[in-house]
Design a protein around this ligand. Structure first.
Ligand SMILES: [Fe+2]
Length: 324
């Protein structure tokens, strides 16, 4: 790994060691060539560090980024199914990271960990850096799990967790967008195949319920990881005014998105407070630079988005579907 440079660049902050930073010796090096040459070592380092930052390479736009995904994963990027966040397609299976309002933080999460199948590897590409903030903070999910009280961890291991989503007509992401179809039968079939209970509601709404494991074993390392959306989708993780507004409109079972223990029991506020604190304590952040490519092991590392000002444009792709 002669090209490998381990350093702490300006703008880094946080307690952990991730990600591994790589820079080219020759500034004209194409990122996909670098990945081809060093693929085995890069993949091994990703499993150890949880994330890799490739900085200063020639990415060659979205097509080059797509090539980097194929070079590293060995497969084309995945389509974004069962959506919870607004995204636009840039090209093929390369998407905007999110179209979520720029003045709001997006809390730490592991992509699609509420689904029966999730991507093992995520890719981010900085097309246009923001003016202020707008980082993609990262948190080591091994560290998050280690830092939880044993009782909290055991309760989730025993009971699992559950997400209930309500798609109300005219409110939030419509089911047609979440499932990328206007065919109710197709949604019902998708849910049946993916271990989701689907309930069509009077007035055209849809309620989905999924029960998942909270703690997973990483297939590459055998380590246990905190891998779920129990915190992210819990109402209390939203800004106070937003959660209060939603509570004023909806009874708990009708909330657009909320989480419970797997048997439907409420997760106490003290527990969600502890979970958020554990994520925050494990967080590392860096400032985006143009043409940065960030590769994330989606089970070892949670990611977030800071609020930002300026033109921020981050492309994202996902690859290597996994259900274990
Ligand atoms: Fe995400």
């Amino acid at each position: 790994m002669s090209h490998q440079v381990e350093e702490v660049p300006a703008g880094w902050a946080g307690a952990g060691t991730l990600p591994g930073l790589h820079r080219p010796q020759d500034p004209g090096t194409r990122v996909q060539d670098y990945i081809h040459t060093h693929r085995a070592a890069l993949r091994a380092q990703l499993t150890e560090r949880g994330a890799l930052l490739l900085r200063g390479f020639d990415v060659a736009g979205v097509d080059g980024f797509d090539g980097a995904v194929r070079a590293f994963s060995g497969t084309p990027p995945l389509a974004y199914a069962e959506r919870s966040s607004p995204r636009s397609t840039i090209k093929g299976q390369v998407y905007t990271s999110t179209d979520y309002p720029q003045d709001e933080e997006i809390f730490l999460h592991n992509e699609n960990s509420y689904q029966a199948v999730w991507p093992r590897t995520l890719y981010f590409y900085c097309v246009e850096p923001p003016t202020t903030q707008g980082a993609t903070p990262l948190a080591d999910t091994r560290q998050v799990l280690r830092s939880l009280d044993p009782e909290v961890r055991e309760e989730f291991e025993r009971r699992g967790w559950q997400v209930v989503r309500n798609f109300h007509p005219g409110f939030g992401v419509p089911w047609q967008e979440a499932f990328n179809t206007t065919d109710k039968a197709a949604v019902t079939a998708y849910c049946a195949e993916h271990d989701i209970t689907a309930e069509w509601r009077p007035g055209g709404g849809l309620r989905t319920t999924a029960v998942r494991r909270a703690v997973h074993r990483h297939p590459g390392t055998g380590e246990q990881v905190w891998f779920n959306h129990a915190t992210f989708f819990n109402l209390t993780t939203l800004a106070k005014d937003v959660s209060a507004g939603l509570r004023a409109i909806f009874d708990d079972p009708d909330l657009p998105t909320h989480t419970y223990y797997g048997d439907g029991g409420a997760i106490p506020d003290a527990v969600t407070d502890q979970l958020r604190a554990a994520y925050r304590a494990a967080t590392v952040r860096f400032d985006w630079r143009r043409d940065d490519v960030l590769i994330v092991d989606n089970m070892l590392t949670a990611h977030a988005r800071e609020p930002f000002t300026g033109p921020r444009r981050i492309a994202v792709a996902m690859a290597e579907p996994s259900d274990t």
